[in-house]
Design a protein around this ligand. Sequence first.
Ligand code: GLU
Length: 480
Amino acid sequence: MTVRVRFAPSPTGYLHIGGARTALYCYLYAKATAGTYVLRIEDTDQARSKIEYEDALIEDLKWLGITHTEGPDCPAVAGPYRQSERNNIYKKYSDQLISEGKAYPCFLTEEELIVLTEKAESEKKAPHAYHGEYRRLDPSEAKKRIEAGESYVIRFKNPAKKVTFKDLVRGEVTFPEDMVGDFVIIRSNGLPVYNYCCVVDDYLMKMSHIIRAEDHLNNTCRQILLYNALGAELPHFVHVSLLVGEDKQKLSKRHGATSVSKYKNMHYLPSALMNYLCLLGWSHPEEKDIFDLETLGDTFTLERFSKSPALYDIKKLNYFNEQHLRKLSVEEIDGYFSKVIPTDHPYHDQTKEWRLCFTELYTDKIQLFSDVLDFLPDVFTDTFSKDDNYNDVITWETTRPLAKYLKSELEKLDDNSMPSKELIDTWMTHLKKELKIKGKALFMGTRIVLTGKNHGPDLKVLVSLTKVSTLVQRCSLALS
Ligand code: GLU
């Protein structure tokens, strides 16, 4: 079987994390099977669909590395790939269904529909029980009413049979025969509804697998009825579990950042986001957690999906970001630092050598590139707030002479320079040999005086990255 899968977003907003995961699964499955991954834009909701959103979706998918080979921006034989450009196709098939007696025009007005729904409810029947009023209307009568300008929709003539299918994640699924009534396939404005155009497209575009989130499971009932009516073979359905927040509710804006563009703007690594999303509802056969998608190859199979909802946890995502970040070169990390640090920050005035040294010093201390902002004051701020540790160490009898000595040595240097590591070694030797300050008193004392903190990265490197004027200020603070 030739695998053809599609991601079919509606361009009514920015790409959601959940959508990105669906797209990823489609992409990975196509890749694993040497199949084709298609992007189809479902823009039949004219009021809400915007070309800006479509452009942004394509841009975000590209950033994530989920590349399609067929889509609105790379047309091929199964196109057009924008539903708004396929109305003649939907019309052709709805005409065919009508002529075969499988669909019919319905002239119920809004008011009549309300009355019929209330009637059904009062008789404890499904709300759609009376939607089939016009299923037996003589076609010539229907034609006359249409020609007279009466408003109508096209409804599917539901054969009212139980629908059963085997979902590759959820197993056998059965929908009762009264699950849906004679549902609308074409609205009164001539536009098709999602369930109808989705089936026409999946059929004509020869989709072999429909991979999407579980919230579309119920739509499968209407869709299978339509496949049957069109005489089309059913694709394989793969309904992956939903992403939920800590409250077990479907992931939404109130759970924090949910659009891919937000993560892009926060400079998350796309490889980390993809790696994390891949494991939300799917597991690696070798239980690997950190990997590059490119290495998955044919290990990505449809058997490893979980049925339970997947908990989206930003703390875990940050951990994945940290692991992926560690694989980058110092130059690459410096490149990201340069993006997250405000342009007017003195970081940008430092030499490349200085920046790489600074970057190396902090790489294993960050999960996100923006975490560097917390560390910049270590070298760029003259003063710091004195915490308990500071106040304690500063009272040691060795700390004052130590600070005095360091200050006097620093004052011999150019304010704008930075002390070399060799010079710092000489000071330490002097403190040890001449002032007899050793061990904890020496190391902790020097660190507290020069950095304000009792722990941090390699002290010698850190001090060699700090301006003399800053270090002098800090010594004065210790002596005040
Ligand atoms: N346009 C639908 C959505 O964005 C596609 C659903 C499907 O994959 O069938 O949810």
